[in-house]
Design a protein around this ligand. Structure first.
Ligand code: FAD
Length: 386
């Protein structure tokens, strides 16, 4: 693979051959299966989730950092590089993979019974079964501790009532990991979406993450056997630990969107002339390109550092997500200016990436929430509730 001019600091040399292989395989499937169609999917607000999942499953990209049950057992950095290449095509496509692997599969892998793992994970790793993860509710986003969805016992069974909002993959999912409050605290459930009382409405009119299927889930007296409860999930810590997994992928993924914007802007600036010379020759354009390249490389170093740490604390993941998504969004917007009017066209990826990154800035903990996590670590004071 040719060295990118954006790799000013030769950070590529920091990768092992195995890591480069994962990157190459992911880049190939993205180039073949996603890039030729992504602008149309985005415009129409549709995405062939099942077809893509099968393609990604064949390559071992689903739940790739998990072990056993058909999962690839990849390293953190390999997983991160796959996220980067997926998001270089579109954040919605990376979201499909993150939600499947780091949220739905991870929850079952970490907190499920052996029977649940056997039932769901091999099919999910292969992309034959789709999963979603329902934590957010219409009235409880950043504050899931106050969730309104309830789980109550009826004999040995559980009955779920409530609703979840903004749930990626929900309209096409076979299994939904649902978090609900019982008398004992927050509990997790692996809910087959065919269960009576479980329904999904597709969220329409999104102006961001349009190449991603998003749903609102209603739980109306959903009766589940005791075996649907995730036995090892105890309290809110369980879903929050799944989010830590998924955020790690976002730290890398956001860099992919930024890289795609920057590559586009660099090429455009070289070929577009105004005042008789390429706009790449103007000092103001060069200053933008230089600053963006530095931020991209710094973000990459941060991702690589976090990926190589033996274990990550939630505050370290918050730092990575906050920085890399925020900088990626700035890069996408700045690249948009370099493309002038063409920057707002779907013929180019930059505004699509910028719009997508607005969602990425908000989901998996808003940037403000991550600032507060870091602030609490620094000061010892919890600013969440006031
Ligand atoms: P709110 O919590 O209402 O926040 C609104 C604003 O208030 C934000 O700026 C926030 O930072 C700020 N704020 C809130 N509390 C504080 C505070 N204490 N101090 C300072 N500022 C504060 N959720 C899932 O469970 N599963 C999914 O698969 C999923 N997919 C998503 C896909 C998309 C496209 C989007 C947009 C969202 C998705 N989400 C999903 C939901 C996402 O995680 C939430 O939107 C996010 O947690 C924020 O919640 P909220 O939108 O209710 O905003």
């Amino acid at each position: 693979m040719a060295a990118s001019p954006l790799d000013l600091l030769e950070l590529d040399n920091l990768l092992s051959d195995e890591e480069r292989d994962v990157r190459a395989v992911t880049r190939r499937v993205v180039d073949d299966r996603v890039r030729p169609h992504i602008a149309d999917w985005y415009e129409s607000g549709t995405v062939p989730v099942r077809e893509l999942a099968l393609e990604f499953g064949k390559l071992g990209l689903l739940g790739m950092h998990l072990t056993g049950y058909g999962c690839a057992g990849a390293s953190s950095v390999q997983y991160g590089l796959a996220c980067l290449e997926l998001e270089a095509a579109d954040s919605g496509v990376r979201s499909l993979v993150s939600v499947q692997g780091s949220l739905a599969m991870y929850a079952i892998w970490k907190f499920g019974s052996e029977e649940q793992k056997q039932q769901w994970l091999p099919g999910m790793a292969a992309g034959e079964l789709i999963g979603c993860f329902g934590l957010t509710e219409p009235d409880h986003g950043s504050d899931p501790a106050n969730m309104a969805t309830r789980a109550r016992r009826d004999g040995d069974d559980w009955i779920l009532n409530g609703g979840k909002m903004w749930i990626t993959n929900a309209p096409v999912a076979d299994v939904a990991v649902i978090w609900a409050r019982s008398d004992a605290g927050v509990e997790g459930f692996a809910v087959p979406t065919s269960t009576p009382g479980f329904s999904v409405r597709e969220v329409k009119k999104k102006l961001s993450l349009r190449a991603s299927s998003t749903g609102e889930i209603t739980l109306d007296d959903v009766r589940l056997p005791a075996s649907a409860q995730l036995p090892l999930a105890r309290g809110l810590k369980a879903p929050l630990s799944c989010l830590t997994e998924a955020r790690f992928g976002i730290i890398w993924g956001a860099l992919g969107a930024a890289r795609d914007c920057l590559e586009t802007a660099l090429e455009y600036a070289g070929s577009r002339s105004q005042f008789g010379r390429p706009i790449a020759g103007f000092q103001l354009t060069q200053a933008k390109l230089a600053d963006m390249t530095l931020e991209l490389q710094k973000g990459y170093l941060l991702a690589l550092h976090l990926g190589r740490l033996p274990g990550l604390s939630p505050v370290q993941v918050s730092a990575g997500k906050l920085n890399n998504v925020r900088e990626a969004l700035k890069i996408a917007r700045q690249c948009r200016t370099i493309l002038g009017a063409n920057g707002i066209s779907g013929e180019y990826p930059v505004l699509r990436h910028a719009n997508n990154l607005e969602s990425v800035l908000t989901y998996e903990g808003t940037s403000e929430v991550h600032q507060l996590v870091i602030g609490q670590k620094l000061t010892g004071l919890n600013a969440f509730a006031g």
